[in-house]
Design a protein around this ligand. Structure first.
Ligand code: 13P
Length: 303
């Protein structure tokens, strides 16, 4: 069995106009249920954990996540990805991002994300470039973010309609071209109307609003940059927008709230029931909502 790299997989997804779903794991027992649902639907997915999921939730540590991944992985359907390693985190604190992403690469994560999107462009470029140089030396692809995908911050969000109609925080096309050229980043996370599900204690149980996407803007970024684009905040976006986005350059979609909330609702009653709810949520999403079931045959993660 020859294993294709995560970058080859993303390029294949882009070319086939399908998308790789990336499932966030804030509680380790969720991971096996996600892998099982991917296998049962023959869908390729990334198992992904953001720094805030071991700092603010219960995924433990980068090593604990890696150990659990080694236990439950199925490389015909999955790879392991480090999600958001921020340069400045959601509480405005500086993070040792180069040390943390280096540790992920050393542990065996198969792709990493550095998130300098809270920085001015020049500093985001510089931080991203450092991580790209480090990761590429080990053959590991890097995702970075340009534009403001809001939602993880504790404070109130500006009214969504105002954000969408003004395009405030959207990824700028010219900046995206420069960013990709100067950082050599492999995959670019963009802001085109998407927002993250809330994670603050006050708001994390709320139903996420139905975000829209500016598909024309997305197409402009796609044409100008040529790299696989990533859609964060995958929960709750209306189906027709997501399908259009996949046909317009989105090759990876991050999903957290849609599987975290069902797990949290049931985990005190029974971890097994909570795992079952995660399994069902993944299956419904890939099979019924996004028509991605079976996409492993378009991506060929192993040859
Ligand atoms: P949602 O919680 O909206 O699914 O967003 C997930 C995400 O983008 C994690 O990086």
């Amino acid at each position: 069995m020859t294993k294709r790299s995560s970058n080859e997989i993303m390029q294949a997804a882009l070319a086939a106009e399908t998308a790789v779903l990336a499932f966030n794991i804030p509680y380790l027992p969720m991971m096996g249920a996600v892998v099982e649902a991917l296998r049962d639907t023959r869908t390729f997915g990334l198992i992904t954990v953001a720094r805030l999921e071991w700092v603010k939730f219960e995924s433990g540590s980068m090593a604990a996540i890696h150990n659990e991944y080694e236990r439950v992985k199925d490389e015909r359907f999955t790879r392991l990805h480090l999600d958001h390693c921020p340069v400045i985190d959601e509480d405005d604190l500086a993070v040792e991002y180069l040390e943390e992403t280096t540790r992920a690469v050393e542990l065996g994560y198969e792709s990493v994300m550095v998130d300098g999107s809270r920085l001015p462009l020049r500093e985001n470029i510089a931080a991203t470039r450092r991580v790209v140089d480090m990761a590429h030396a080990s053959g590991i692809p890097v995702e970075a973010e340009l534009g403001a995908v809001l939602g993880h911050e504790a404070g109130p969000l500006p009214p969504y309609e105002e954000l969408f109609s003004t395009g405030r925080g959207f990824t700028d096309v010219d900046e995206a071209v420069r960013f990709v050229r100067e950082t050599q980043v492999d995959w670019l996370s963009v802001a085109v109307g998407n927002i993250h599900g809330a994670i603050s204690a006050a708001k994390k149980n709320e139903t996420k609003l139905a975000a829209r996407l500016d598909i024309d803007h997305l197409k402009r970024i796609r044409q100008a940059t040529g790299v696989p684009l990533v859609l964060h905040g995958g929960t709750g976006i209306r189906r027709e927008y997501v399908l259009d986005a996949i046909a317009s350059g989105i090759a990876k979609i991050n999903v957290a709230t849609a599987i975290r909330q069902p797990y949290e609702r049931l985990r005190e009653e029974s971890v097994e029931k909570a795992q079952r709810a995660v399994y069902e949520a993944v299956r419904t999403l890939v099979r019924d909502e996004l028509d991605l079931a079976g996409n492993v045959d378009m991506i060929n993660p192993v040859l």
